[in-house]
Design a protein around this ligand. Structure first.
Ligand code: RNT
Ligand code: ZN
Length: 414
């Protein structure tokens, strides 16, 4: 324990914050890291390019090309990120021994290598059906397609994925969150905005009608404002899914990059928690038209983290990351985003939240503003460094040197 840390801890003590308690709470918040940052959302299925209105730019060398490489990369990245992690998988990461297995025929066995690996590490897994990069999604419509055969195929895929999620939960003893995002939408102004949504309700109802053990798998639906090629209309809009999820007792997934540019998901968290028992977050960073830049410790992220921990909602909010950047070292992208997320949560846990709320209730907005400003000057860096040390992870940018070595020794040979 360093002197610097002790001084910092005393400074927090002086404003009524117990650092050890903050550490303990942070330990209990796993962050679910998206596997798809490792390989530009390519997956192992085929060489067909990424579509669905999402795009990865950059060609940094060394992307993971198979499950072994992806798992090795994640094992390396984990050593640089303090605290509990989960891995978030997508259906296109099935390992089928070179056999073609259609998406509506996927089974838990196609993910058993990931599941066994996660079990050895005491780590939870999350899951996503993949409704893009597939001939059956070529029209831009899947679960809301006017073609019944297309809908049927994707309904079967959704059911198969829920069963895989259930198998993960059962094996790992940690409930899997299976998240449904579909790209469906129109480039140009539609005439009928309702019919695709009616079809989507019907498809989702069929998927969720299948009985799954809720202790092993629970499901979320993710809205989006627009995508590339679906600028004018997205079937799965915010209002659609919010009401769908509420009426069907499913979870909503809020992706930080899926709303109007000045809209933040931070303000939505508390409102939704009044009506939903739990929520899923896709923490991301929108930049102009793109929704998927690497997460950094900006005001938006800090605001999201505060809403998760204020009022002690961290056990009701599942924190996942969602971004993909191939223009920088992909492991560094993982590490930067996940460390930033953890740091934002720790920062939020280091606020005298109850006292600040009491000032607010008493109408003392002067004290409220003064404390908000004071918090910005607190010696957070020393507390973060200590948290990293206690988890045997680099306390500073020393992690980058390790990434460089891994880049030379492993990534360069791919
Ligand atoms: C796309 C959604 C979705 C995807 C992943 C790969 O806009 O955010 O969550 O990023 O499923
Ligand atoms: Zn997302």
């Amino acid at each position: 324990m360093s002197n610097v840390f002790e001084c910092a801890r005393n400074a927090y003590q002086a404003i009524g914050v117990d650092v050890e308690q903050a550490f303990a709470r942070l330990d209990a918040i796993p962050v679910s890291v998206q596997c798809w940052q490792a390989d530009d959302v390519a997956g192992f299925e085929s060489s067909a390019g990424l579509d669905g209105g999402i795009a990865v730019t950059g060609n940094y060398p060394g992307r993971a090309r198979n499950g072994d490489e992806l798992r090795a990369d994640f094992d390396f990245a984990r050593k640089m990120i303090p605290g509990a992690l989960r891995l978030n998988l997508h259906a296109i990461y099935a390992e089928t021994n070179g056999r073609k297995v259609e998406r509506d025929e996927l089974q838990p066995e196609h993910f058993s290598r990931f599941a066994d690996w996660a079990a050895e590490r005491g780590m939870g897994l999350d899951f996503n059906p993949t409704y893009f990069s597939h001939p059956m999604a070529a029209t831009g419509f899947t679960l809301s397609s006017p073609d019944a055969a297309v809908r049927d195929f994707w309904v079967r895929h959704g059911i198969a994925c829920r069963k895989i999620g259930e198998a993960f939960g059962k094996q790992l003893g940690k409930c899997c969150i299976t998240n449904f995002w579909i790209p469906d939408g129109y480039k140009d102004t539609p005439v009928d905005r309702v019919a695709p949504r009616e079809r989507l309700i019907e498809s989702l109802d069929r998927i969720f009608a299948v009985d799954i053990d809720r202790n092993c798998d629970r499901d979320a639906v993710e809205c989006k404002l627009f995508g590339i090629g679906s600028e004018s209309y997205v079937t799965g809009s915010h209002e659609f899914y919010m009401n769908y999820a509420l009426s069907r007792k499913q979870m909503v997934c809020l992706d930080a990059g899926h709303f109007h540019p000045t809209e933040t998901i931070a303000d939505k968290i508390g409102s939704l928690l009044l009506f939903f028992p739990e929520l899923l977050l896709h923490v991301s960073r929108g930049v102009r038209w793109d929704s998927d830049h690497v997460v950094v410790l900006n005001d938006d992220l800090k605001a999201i983290a505060r809403e998760v921990v204020r009022g002690g909602c961290e056990d009701r909010v599942h924190v996942g990351l969602d971004y993909f950047d191939a223009s920088i070292n992909r492991l560094a992208a993982w590490i930067i985003g996940a460390r930033s997320m953890k740091a934002a949560l720790l920062m939020a846990l280091l606020e005298p939240a109850a006292a600040m709320a009491a000032d607010e209730t008493a109408g003392d907005y002067t004290a409220r503003l003064a404390m908000q400003e004071e918090l910005k000057m607190m010696p957070f860096g020393a507390i973060w460094a200590e948290y990293c040390r206690r988890h045997d992870t680099p306390e500073d940018i020393a992690w980058l040197k390790e990434v460089r070595t891994y880049e030379k020794e492993v990534l360069a040979n791919r």
